[in-house]
Design a protein around this ligand. Structure first.
Ligand code: MSP
Length: 653
């Protein structure tokens, strides 16, 4: 980050309160949270804003459809967004609502200022309006003369008195800004689209409506009580009213914004209207407006009507919040669209997090425990491992640059290169062999090298996976702080002598019983090579106590079973009696303790994973010839089932 920038202001879009939060919303918020956490750790005075967008026709209509007032409805949904971000430990400094009194006052002040400057005039709007996108269109822009070019929904013809903002006046100034500030819109490809759009000519923008009243009134000084502000003018202003613009001004020192994070669908509003409004207000322009791509599910756009919306809370509950955060940030290059699949998420957890990162921590505690009573000293690292240290430092020197250029996946890729160096060093130097040869200093230097690498990585991953990283830090006896960041990352120093504490496995392997076989041919050659190199490095040294060999695992026969009959066991609170087809030509009778969670009727025709080689046992006098696999947490019990139905009796491996 540039040296001059001491205050860092990061924003998410404010979310419309007519929808439930899905992974698209979570994505924007998680990226912003990562940037904010990273900035704080580096030592910048950081202000992170999120909130909800509560005015406009769309929200008024949604509320009416539910028999609620707009404010009641907005309170309810805004509360849910806030709750979700709190559950996700999102480190926002302020949660703004456009129904907040200070916001309304600030927007009115801004309107007055733009009006006084001569940038707002009264006229009549005649054209087409898409309520869903809250956007005006000309006839030429419509699809089939009727439909919104953005969302495809029918538009309404609007003819009403309206105030206009002189957007056309700012055309040249905007083009100059784009030209002089290479990274003002990220990624660059998206910037080109915007520049071409503006070059095509800008029309003045209608900024007030009279046909409904759920919005911020125009300032009293204008004396037009029938007008409310256009929702995008109201919404965009949140970025300054949240800092006290027009009221307390108390946090205006954070302006201009470092990064406005937005989805690609709302980039035009942010990179054309917003800078033009700011120019009109004589305020400096943001450093970056960064537009990410869209998440689809199984290749389709997510929507409530299709029932394919991915609930971020469910994913985080099932797989862990930190793993979910890592996945979102790593899986898709910023700006591109991504498809959400559980398989990809599980692969990331098992491979990147479990094998590469988690295992390394196990190895540190294993080796330091076995050879050095958990003590680690960095005193000989430079003597024996200058080469590895140089490699690591060289890679990490550049990673910071990626952050505010929004190349987050590259940031993570480079951190993983460093983990590869650590894993490889263990195989190359074989500390167990050094111990046998009596070269204790060399073995210690190697363990300390690995500890120092993981410590550096922990500092850089703290913004991505704060909870897991705090466990790693505890295990290494280090503090995640700006001081440590400066010492290890900026000044490339080494850890003080430390004592390692054993921690539970950080990323336990997620069983692949839920999955189809991973498609090995999809994996690039270098990745395959890297993976096998890594396996070779995991040789003789000790493993955590609870690990078993693959042979041991295969002693259990797991199969897909189809439940063909199900009935309650009389007098039993827990048991259901099931007849399960395991493809053996006869059904097995299995008694399962799941009555509190499933009704017998709902189970018939469904599948489950079955332990097929359990010794038959009698429960309440009845024979049970197997066991269904299930997972239970505080939210209840779920049977483990194949993601896609499989033939009865299919073996699980
Ligand atoms: N209220 C406006 C923003 C006003 S900001 C001054 C709005 N709200 S929204 O709730 O519809 O969208 C908020 C953000 O969520 C946008 O950045 C949008 O791109 C993002 N996403 C909504 N669905 C998405 C996906 N399926 N995938 C990724 N992000 C998407 O627009």
């Amino acid at each position: 980050m540039e040296e001059t920038c001491k205050n860092v202001y990061i924003t998410t879009p404010i979310y419309y309160v007519n929808d439930v939060a899905h992974i698209g919303h979570a994505y924007t918020t998680i990226i912003a949270d990562m940037l904010a956490r990273y900035s704080r750790l580096v030592g910048y005075d950081t202000f992170f804003l999120t909130g909800t967008d509560e005015h406009g026709q769309k929200i008024a209509q949604s509320a009416e459809a539910r028999g609620k007032t707009a404010k009641e409805y907005a309170d309810e949904v805004s509360g849910k967004f806030r709750q979700l971000w709190d559950d996700f430990d999102i480190s926002y400094n302020k949660f703004i609502r456009t129904t907040d009194e200070e916001h309304k006052i600030g927007v009115q002040k801004a309107f007055e200022k733009m009006y006084e400057k001569g940038d707002i005039y009264k006229g009549e709007y005649e054209g087409y309006y898409c309520v869903s996108c809250e956007t005006f269109f000309t006839e030429k822009q419509l699809v089939d003369e009727e439909f919104c070019p953005d969302c495809g929904k029918p538009t309404n013809i609007v003819k009403e008195e309206s105030f206009f903002f002189k957007l056309s006046k700012y055309e040249d100034k905007l083009l100059k800004w784009y030209e002089e500030n290479e990274d003002c819109i990220l990624p660059r490809a998206k910037k080109n689209e915007i520049v071409n759009f503006v070059k095509g000519g800008l029309k003045d923008l209608s900024i007030s409506r009279t046909s409904f009243d759920w919005g911020v009134k125009l300032p009293d000084s204008i004396n037009e009580p029938n007008h409310v502000m256009y929702v995008w003018l109201d919404a965009l202003m949140n970025y300054i009213t949240a800092l006290g613009y027009g009221t307390t001004e108390e946090n205006m020192n954070y302006w201009p914004c470092k990064v406005h994070l937005v989805g690609k669908d709302i980039l035009r509003f942010h990179s054309i209207y917003w800078p033009a409004f700011l120019m009109s207000l004589d305020l400096p322009l943001p450093d970056h407006i960064a537009a990410h791509g869209w998440w689809t599910r199984d290749g389709e756009k997510m929507s409530k009507s299709k029932g394919n919306v991915v609930n971020p809370k469910e994913v985080a509950d099932a797989y862990g919040l930190d793993a979910f955060r890592y996945f979102m940030l790593r899986e898709v290059p910023f700006g591109q669209d991504g498809d959400f699949s559980q398989k990809a998420l599980i692969d990331r957890i098992n491979s990147d997090l479990g094998n590469d990162l988690g295992n390394l921590l196990n190895r540190i505690s294993g080796m330091s425990g076995k050879y050095f009573d958990f003590k680690v000293s960095s005193k000989d690292v430079e003597k024996f491992h200058q080469k590895e240290l140089n490699e690591v430092n060289e890679i990490l020197e550049n990673v910071e640059e990626y952050i505010f250029k929004m190349q987050l996946n590259r940031y993570l890729e480079d951190i993983w290169k460093v983990l590869t160096i650590a894993n490889k060093a263990i195989g190359d130097y074989e500390p167990w062999a050094k111990m046998k040869e009596g070269k204790t200093d060399e073995a210690m230097a190697l363990v300390a090298l690995i500890t120092n690498i993981v410590a550096r990585v922990a500092l850089l991953l703290d913004s991505v996976m704060p909870e897991k990283i705090s466990k790693i830090a505890t295990s290494l006896g280090m503090e995640i702080s700006t001081d440590t960041y400066n010492k290890l990352i900026v000044n490339k120093g080494l850890l003080d002598d430390t004592t390692i504490t054993k921690v539970e496995q950080l990323f336990p392997r997620i069983e692949e019983v839920l999955l189809e076989q991973p498609n090995v041919s999809d994996t690039s050659k270098t990745e395959v090579e890297e993976k096998s190199a890594k396996k070779e490095t995991q040789t003789q040294e000790e493993e955590p106590d609870n690990l078993i060999t693959i042979d041991k695992f295969f002693e259990t026969t797991l199969k897909i079973g189809t439940i063909v009959e199900a009935e309650e066991v009389p007098k039993s609170k827990k048991l259901l009696k099931l007849q399960v087809d395991l493809g053996e030509g006869r059904n097995r009778q299995i008694l399962a303790g799941i009555k509190e969670f499933y009704s017998a009727d709902d189970l018939i025709g469904t599948q489950a994973c079955v332990v097929a080689n359990l010794k038959p046992a009698k429960l309440m006098g009845m024979l049970s010839e197997g066991m269904l696999m299930a997972a239970k947490d505080e939210n209840g019990l779920s049977l483990i089932r194949p993601e896609i139905p499989k033939k009865s009796g299919t073996k699980i491996s």
